[in-house]
Design a protein around this ligand. Structure first.
Ligand SMILES: Nc1ncnc2c1ncn2[C@@H]1O[C@H](COP(=O)(O)OP(=O)(O)OP(=O)(O)O)[C@@H](O)[C@H]1O
Ligand SMILES: [Mg+2]
Length: 256
């Protein structure tokens, strides 16, 4: 197996002196290419903080994050941006987009940064929008979409550049269960078919059990790190499919 992320003695302290708060305490974690990792824990336990550090969106107070064997603390400006733009996809609500731009413009932004030709990037962005069922909203202003639609645009933007790693912070948090399931299916399809490494922060134990590994965090510490047995992973996946089929049938019966 190939290591894609290696975290060594990671510590994050927010604030200074008497206001200092240690949100992550000396974390060590190693993630292989193609894994799907759920990060779970109570509100305030440090999940998003860890995610931001793994995704190189914030700097640790101590320790380091290696991506493909490269120590990211040594990277600056352009090379850091390039790494993030080419290898990562983000599904974070708080990074939602340029509201005044169109949906299409938002989705093709990573490709523009990567200097993909105008024709090709439009084609790729439309494909990503199709995947999340939003081709018909391509020309709309991003601010005019519903919450769930915005989340799907974020997903389209996260997958448009064929990233190696997708970081998702509560990707289904604001969605109705049918849309949430669709997004979940999409993420795991990318994982299974394209080998994309998934790192998902979630409160949803059922979603966590679809992952190959569950890392639990409490008060800035990793308190458990378990591999989900393949048969249990499959069981959760089958249960979801069954439930989705049941809901679909019930809706059809109601005439929706
Ligand atoms: N910029 C900041 N300045 C000071 N403290 C912060 C900052 N960001 C987060 N914290 C604190 O660090 C701790 C961890 O926050 P974090 O956002 O990582 O939690 P979380 O596990 O993602 O929680 P939730 O499930 O509610 O999203 C919290 O106690 C939070 O108040
Ligand atoms: Mg959070």
């Amino acid at each position: 197996m190939e290591k894609i992320i290696e975290v060594k003695n990671l510590t994050k302290v927010y604030g200074k002196r008497s206001a200092a708060f240690t949100a992550l305490k000396n974390i060590n974690l190693s993630i292989e290419k193609g894994e799907s990792v759920a990060i779970v824990g109570k509100s305030g336990s440090g999940k998003s903080t860890l995610m931001h550090l793994l995704a190189l969106l914030d700097k640790p107070t101590k320790g380091q994050v290696e991506i493909n064997g490269i120590n990211s603390t040594k990277l600056r400006g352009k090379s850091l941006n390039k790494l993030r733009n080419q290898e990562f996809g983000f599904v974070f609500q708080q990074f939602f987009m340029n509201s005044n731009d169109s949906v299409l413009e938002n989705v093709l932004l990573p490709l523009k940064i990567a200097k993909i030709s105008r024709f090709k990037r439009k084609k790729m962005a439309m494909e990503a929008l199709k995947t999340v069922d939003l081709e018909d909203k391509a020309r709309n202003k991003a601010s005019d979409l519903s919450g769930g639609q915005k989340q799907r645009v974020c997903i389209a933007r996260a997958i448009v550049n064929n990233p190696d790693i997708i970081f998702a912070d509560e990707p289904t948090g604001n969605l109705d269960s049918a849309t949430g399931d669709k997004i979940t299916d999409l993420l795991f399809k990318l994982n299974k078919e394209k080998g994309v490494t998934l790192i998902i922060v979630t409160h949803d134990e059922d979603l966590a059990k679809l992952c190959s590994r569950i890392v639990r965090i409490s008060d800035g510490n990793i308190i458990s790190d378990q591999t989900v047995r393949k048969d249990l992973q499959k069981k959760s996946s089958d249960r979801r499919e069954k439930e989705a089929a049941r809901v679909k049938k019930a809706n059809e019966r109601k005439g929706n």
